[in-house]
Design a protein around this ligand. Structure first.
Ligand code: ADP
Ligand code: MG
Length: 830
């Protein structure tokens, strides 16, 4: 397959190439053929003149003009030769990507009107270079194409109209001890009027507010007592002062006539004002109009330097404008533009820029994945009889989804390159079984496995349940399991570490302690990361770096918090994906009920009913760092209250402050059915697996995040008894209500994840550490642009299928590296 050409070479680049072509030809022919190129100078001049219509900075245009003068008609043949040599040197330098990069990286102070002070103000918004300014896109638009009449103004809407100043009023108002100047004006047309108000003295505005002056006004119309007002409107004076003055004082008729004419002219012809005006969040101290002008001047002088990388076929198919054109349209939409699409970031121009950005990111991620597929790894023999028998030796039959995923994992393990796989499966879908099978395969090959869990409780439970599972069929599943957590006594930890280094442990289970401490494996071949949805690209890179030995281990990341596909394609875009999309048989969906403060008696009754059936109950309290002591106390008090209310039941308490041994005993007793009601803080959030527990009561549900609620609910309904989850909330704002609504609406992890992503945004969703990976997306929004993420992904895969190393397109490779090379460690791996 031949790689497709990239579209979107900048207009500057194209013009430079056009200019260079005949000159390079002349040089290549050794200047001997100059006589046969009589039109050369004229050609050069005409190409030079094409630069003038481009959005380029003046200094570049000046150089082009100088170049054209070297080829003026009166220049003799002998002078042509040095002129050609000079021109080629210049144009070759201009063709280099570094040149364009350096021009776009000029500081904002190169623009007229930007001194050190303004540069500082812009810098507070992260705007330092002309490129930053050019890519500072409007967040919305004011539609000033249709001018309102004043009688049509509506409270609560933004409007643009023309009016005449009828009165101006200055007041000083006392706000507490401070004095504030209040400036008010009434503006009107023949149909009505409206008040304009400024709270802090607006000197420049005030000077302009002459009686009778005509203004174009834009602003949000609000109700004030019985009339309407606009606070801090945007104003543009439209009657030129001169026009009025030259008609002479005292000639009122002429004045009125001139004004009417100004207005009529304005309404009919002034496209300058009748337009769609971009709105930018302005840094403190820069008036919106000034910022608009600055951005406009940057766009006018630099946008044709901006290059695109998308394949030509894609931009043609989707009819996307070139990047320079896209930028100009976004900053100054055409008169017939569809404002709603512009507002929604959905115009073809927006699509072009967002796709450019996402495409480079996806190329980076897919390249990283491909580069890692070349890294030498440890091939695991999965044809050994013990491995082949392992799935059948489990105490249950694998679901077909588990079987499919196990085959995918096994196929990866068999490769002499490291596996990098993300295993997604909703809570209770049976991911542990896959981890166990993979561990058995690696152990059967005489090598070691690390299994990392996010909490000690979960690490302890994994150790318990894997020991139990492998006990079920010792001959096939038997593993020597070690457990390492931070709370292990030092002497025991030393023993475990020694055994690990000696190769006496097959499967090492632990928390972050596994990567943070000096843990030495004798022969680590597989690292499994469980329930770590916050374990993104960067954290995984550090895990790999921590592995000693010459060969990289296989990596399997398991998560129950379903990651919306767009995030999976970005934060985890370098991984292969397996999904367990089916629950083990016999599960019925958990019923979710919202409860409030007054439902105490009903809740008590449900506890009574559940325990009467011999099933067990969780009562969960939130625990957050800021109010840890208080939270812990309310959990303890609740345990006491419940204990007192149900003297015949066994109630116990579990929280993170208990030492590991105590925690282990409590979990053991709960798992064996020796505790009826377990009052716990969120330590049980992930992974805890007790099939006989069927009632989950979440206190202060309004304080939990959506992913947490979903995880907690997943603790019940794991056996054959159907589960019930009570969300007890006491107040909470709109976001809390939205979270609870989502919980009531669906039990599907993917729907929950989408709702969560919408509520929290990608940074929050993945955790602050992870969001660092994505913070560099300056235009794309993973929620809004989900469909474009998919498209960018497919396109990147196609591009790399045709040209795996991007050899045929060094410019593209360079762009990917410039944007993502360092972050994705492309250079080290590739
Ligand atoms: P998760 O995917 O949330 O980690 P687990 O691996 O903890 O889920 O499995 C949840 C429960 O389902 C466990 O008790 C496990 O033994 C059981 N289980 C897993 N796979 C099957 C299966 N195929 N048939 C029946 N039970 C299963
Ligand atoms: Mg699990």
């Amino acid at each position: 397959m031949r790689p497709e050409p990239a579209g979107g070479v900048s207009a500057f680049h194209a013009a430079t190439a056009r200019l260079l072509r005949p000159l390079a030809l002349a040089e290549a022919l050794g200047f001997k053929a100059l006589g046969k190129m009589p039109d050369l100078a004229a050609d050069v001049r005409s190409t030079c003149s094409q630069f003038d219509s481009l959005a380029l900075p003046q200094d570049l245009l000046d150089r082009v003009h100088a170049l054209a003068r070297d080829f003026a008609p009166e220049i003799s043949g002998s002078d042509l030769r040095p002129a050609i040599v000079r021109a080629i040197a210049l144009l070759e330098a201009w063709s280099k990507p570094e040149f364009v990069e350096s021009v776009l990286a000029r500081p904002v102070t190169v623009l007229s009107g930007v001194g050190p002070k303004r540069a500082g103000l812009l810098g507070s918004r992260g705007i330092r270079t002309v490129s930053d300014l050019v890519f500072y896109l409007p967040t919305r638009y004011d539609d000033r194409r249709a001018l309102a009449k004043l009688c049509d103004l509506e409270v609560g809407r933004r409007a643009t109209f023309i009016g005449e100043i009828k009165s101006v009023d200055r007041k000083t108002v006392h706000a507490g001890r401070r004095q504030r100047r209040l400036l008010q004006a009434v503006i009107g047309d023949e149909t009505g009027s409206v008040n304009l108000k400024w709270f802090h003295a607006a000197g420049a505005v005030e000077k302009d507010l002459e009686l009778g002056a005509l203004f174009l006004v834009t602003g949000d119309v609000k109700r004030y007592r019985f009339s309407m007002e606009i606070v801090h409107p945007e104003l543009e004076r439209i009657d030129s002062n001169d026009a009025v003055e030259t008609t002479g004082e005292g000639n009122d008729d002429a004045k009125v006539h001139a004004k009417a004419k100004a207005k009529a002219e304005f309404e009919q012809t002034s496209d300058r004002h009748r337009n769609i005006v971009p709105h930018y969040p302005a840094p403190e101290g820069i008036p919106p109009r000034t910022l608009r002008k600055l951005i406009r001047s940057a766009v006018d002088a630099y946008s044709d330097l901006v290059e695109g990388c998308l394949p030509q076929a894609l931009t043609t198919r989707r009819e996307l404008p070139e990047p320079g054109v896209a930028l100009r349209r976004i900053h100054a939409p055409e008169l017939h533009a569809d404002v709603l699409r512009y507002d929604a970031f959905r115009s073809p121009a927006h699509e072009r820029l967002v796709l450019e950005e996402l495409y480079l990111l996806q190329l980076g991620l897919v390249l990283r994945r491909a580069a890692r597929a070349q890294v030498p790894g440890i091939a695991i023999d999965i044809e050994l009889s013990r491995v082949r028998a392992a799935a059948r030796a489990l105490p249950f039959a694998l679901t077909s989804a588990q079987l499919r995923v196990w085959r995918e994992v096994a196929a990866d393990l068999a490769q002499p390159h490291p596996m990098n796989r993300l295993l997604q499966g909703d809570v209770g879908s049976g991911k542990t079984a896959i981890a166990l099978l993979a561990a058995v395969a690696v152990a059967a090959n005489g090598r070691q496995v690390a299994l990392m869990a996010p909490t000690e409780l979960l690490a302890e439970q994994h150790a318990r349940s894997i020991r139990a599972l492998s006990g079920a069929n010792q001959r096939i599943l038997g593993l020597r399991v070690g457990l390492l957590t931070a709370s292990l006594p030092r002497a025991e930890a030393a023993d475990v570490l020694a055994a690990l280094a000696a190769g006496e442990i097959d499967l090492m289970i632990g928390t972050h302690a596994l990567i943070q401490q000096k843990v030495e494996f004798r022969d680590l071949a597989l690292a499994i990361v469980d329930e770590q949805h916050r374990f993104g690209v960067l954290q995984r890179a550090s895990l790999m770096a921590g592995a000693r030995g010459s060969l990289s281990p296989h990596v399997l990341v398991m998560t129950a918090t379903p990651i919306p596909r767009t995030l999976a394609l970005t934060g985890y875009g370098d991984l292969d994906l397996s999904v367990i999309d089916e629950l083990p048989p016999g599960r019925s969906p958990t019923e979710t009920i919202a409860m409030g403060a007054g439902d105490g008696e009903r809740i008590m009754q449900m506890i009574r009913d559940t325990t009467a059936r011999g099933e067990q109950v969780y009562v969960v309290y939130p625990l957050v760092e800021e109010s840890e002591k208080l939270d812990l106390r309310s959990a303890m008090e609740s345990a006491e209250r419940i204990d007192a209310a149900f003297p015949e039941l066994r109630v116990d308490l579990l929280h993170g402050r208990l030492d590991a041994a105590r925690r282990g005993r409590v979990m053991d007793r709960f798992a064996r059915g020796q505790i009826d009601i377990l009052v716990a803080t969120t330590v049980i959030e992930v992974g805890v697996d007790v099939a006989n527990a069927s009632l989950m009561i979440i206190e202060h549900a309004e304080r939990f995040g959506l992913a947490q609620l979903h995880q907690l609910r997943g603790r019940v309904g794991r056996g054959t008894a159907s589960g019930t989850c009570l969300l007890v909330s006491r107040g909470g704002g709109g976001d809390a209500r939205a979270r609870l609504d989502a919980m009531l609406r669906t039990g599907d992890g993917f729907e929950i994840a989408d709702a969560d992503l919408e509520l929290r945004g990608p940074g929050e969703f993945l955790g602050t550490r992870q969001s660092g990976d994505l913070a560099d997306l300056r235009l794309a929004d993973l929620v809004r642009d989900a469909a474009l993420v998919e498209l960018a992904r497919e396109t990147a895969i196609e591009t790399l299928a045709a040209d795996p190393g991007l050899q045929s397109d060094p410019r593209l490779m360079r762009a990917v590296e410039a944007h993502w090379g360092e972050r994705l460690a492309l250079i080290q791996v590739g």
